[in-house]
Design a protein around this ligand. Sequence first.
Ligand code: 21W
Length: 264
Amino acid sequence: MLTWPRAESTLIGNGTEEMHFAVVSLFPEMIGTVGQFGVVGRALQRNLVTLAVENPRDHTSDAHRTVDDRPYGGGPGMVMKFEPVAAALETAKGQLPEGCPVVYLSPQGRVFDQAMANRFSNLPGLVLLAGRYEGIDERLIDSHVDEEVSLGDYVLSGGEIAAMAVIDAVVRLLPGVLGDDESATQDSFVEGLLDCPHYTRPEVVAGKRVPEVLLSGDHAGIARWRNKQALGRSFQRRPDLLRKLDLTDEQQTLLDEYLKEQRQ
Ligand code: 21W
């Protein structure tokens, strides 16, 4: 019979919730840096996350260790060859729990966002494939890739920085990774809005004062000001974000006030 509470039930982060990443990349040293600092560095040290890197160049058999070749049909640039990438992906998958999807970072992918980060954070692991040159042989996408993900509409030199961005965004969401302070920040972040402005000491710098309400000690007034700023800045800078939300009457009032104050 199961009894409650059991001693082990009170443990936090008992090793069943860690997440495993494997990255396939021609530049493994780049990927290592995401685990050397800050939140991801701490998560790795605390064994909440594992990070493996597999280099397709280590899965070649010719003297030149060739990983790329000219595109069929001609034209500029090179294409990553099927076999070394396939072999690296299979080794990477073997290092992870069964059934972890392969995500190919590519400009042709769906644009990465917080909802995607949330979805990935519920998986036991992720294989991230970073391309170089013009990309990988399309047949790899058919046979080995579950999902294509882009970082946005600008040109990078390869998928490594995108893979590192995904790792960073996902690791922050894993249970036990952020401290109480950092988690509280995320909790209080009004979902889907830009953040309010932040200030720290001194009270006057470069001739500019900190907004008076933040010095008032009026916690309700401060919360109201922050919500108003978040709504106003989102309206002005990212109308696309605001259009996705269904504002409450209170939020609409705050936004109206913000715009009225701006016009004065
Ligand atoms: C960039 C490879 C552009 C090939 C249009 C037609 C991964 C990336 C990458 C890269 C081209 C991501 C062309 C946002 C990115 C990545 C390398 C195509 C010629 N353009 N997210 N033909 N942006 N980029 N170049 O670049 O690997 S995720």
